[in-house]
Design a protein. Structure first.
Length: 262
């Protein structure tokens, strides 16, 4: 089985701040990490590799040269190969241009049975790149996958999370599956795997390495425009009630009545 994982290097959102004048993210000096949902996607692929003989896992990412550190992390977790799509021409891409570029990267790698991707990236939260990549490759996709039930010769049966439960879907392979955090718990890297990861070559491709037009990548191929980014105003401080259970319950009812909640 041949598996490709789409991974993205993202800023650690615990450190991100908003420029109060421009309303844009301040990325300078902010540490970058492997997108959390993509870590679940990689773990799903590695679990299949652990259980199915002759399974290979490749990781594909689009980003600046420093994304190689994130790809080394993926190799250290157990991926077999890593590919980086990196060029100034790819800069400013929205989900439309990103999925177009990633799809060409997938074609460059070769055939696949399953593409795993995270549900969404924490710096954009669009949840669109996985399904859009599937559309450009002409293969089916299932989003919000929380479990793999069964793999047959040409199909895979998965559970797709819903707000009030889940649905069971059997989908034809090759396909794209996007993983949620409830899928699994990503494994840790080992010292030996880290050493081996730095011996492996990460293949880097620019726009000239792909069968793609310069007009189909980057900012010029991105119809999406962000009007404004902002942090929501902080909520008021909470109030702690003290006393016996009866006293606190009485005080709570009084306050809720005062606010016309009751």
């Amino acid at each position: 089985m041949k598996i490709i994982v789409l991974a993205k290097q993202v800023p650690d959102t615990n450190e991100v701040k908003i420029d109060p004048v421009k309303g844009t993210l301040i990325r300078e000096g902010v540490p970058s990490i492997l997108n959390p949902d993509d870590a679940n996607a990689l773990e799903a692929a590695l679990e299949l590799k652990d259980n199915i003989p002759d399974t290979s896992v490749s990781v594909l990412s689009m980003g600046p040269p420093q994304a190689m550190y994130m790809l080394r992390e993926c190799l250290s977790m157990g991926a077999d190969a890593a590919y980086l799509l990196s060029s100034r021409a790819f800069g400013g891409a929205d989900t439309c241009a990103t999925s177009t570029t990633l799809a060409e990267g997938v074609k460059k790698i070769g055939g696949f049975d399953i593409i795993f991707a995270g549900r969404q990236a924490i710096d954009g939260d669009t949840a669109q790149v996985g399904p859009q990549t599937a559309q450009r490759l002409g293969v089916p996709s299932v989003t919000y996958v929380r479990k793999i039930r069964e793999i047959k010769e040409k199909t895979i049966v998965v559970e797709r999370a819903l707000e009030d439960g889940y649905e069971v879907i059997e989908v034809q392979m090759p396909c794209v599956l996007t993983a949620i955090k409830e899928f699994n718990k990503p494994r840790y890297m080992s010292i030996i795997q880290i050493e081996e990861a730095y011996k492996k070559e990460i293949v880097v491709w620019d726009e000239h390495s792909l069968d793609i037009s310069p007009d189909d990548v980057g900012l010029k191929a991105s119809p999406t425009q962000v009007f404004r980014s902002f942090t929501p105003p902080p909520k008021g401080a909470g109030e702690m009630l003290t006393g016996t259970l009866l006293e606190m319950a009485t005080a709570l009812i009084a306050k809720l009545t005062e606010k016309h909640v009751l």
